[in-house]
Design a protein. Sequence first.
Length: 149
Amino acid sequence: MKAVVQRVTYAKCIIDGTLKGECKNGFMVLLGVVEGDTKADAEKLANKLPVLRVFEDENGKMNRSCLDIDGEMLVISQFTLAADCKHGRRPSFTDAAPPSEAVPLYEYFTELLKEAGVKSVETGEFGADMQIELVNDGPVTIILDSREL
């Protein structure tokens, strides 16, 4: 399972002109479920993300977590994180988990974040054409891979 995590002051997901999800002061997470991922992969990421210390403390040091700041998260499914660009100019997405496997893991991951105490966890819509707007704070962008945690 792969995640691109961006520290944001605001992020929102629009589908067909309608606001689907948003967050303020927290993380916008692009989540890619890869073939072979399990609940254990979701648990690794969900255990790491809320306590990742990348928010500034009173001294300007990245020393506080999303939980510490009472932050929010917007989690967007992103199968393109499984892109294989080794050959040619057109990425292959064969490493992405099929929707029958990816959707339950995506939903499980968001439930784990809520259980961990994240103030608000909102989502996009799996498989939808989404427009994402965000204000990256810092900018701070981190890539996490459950197989490397």
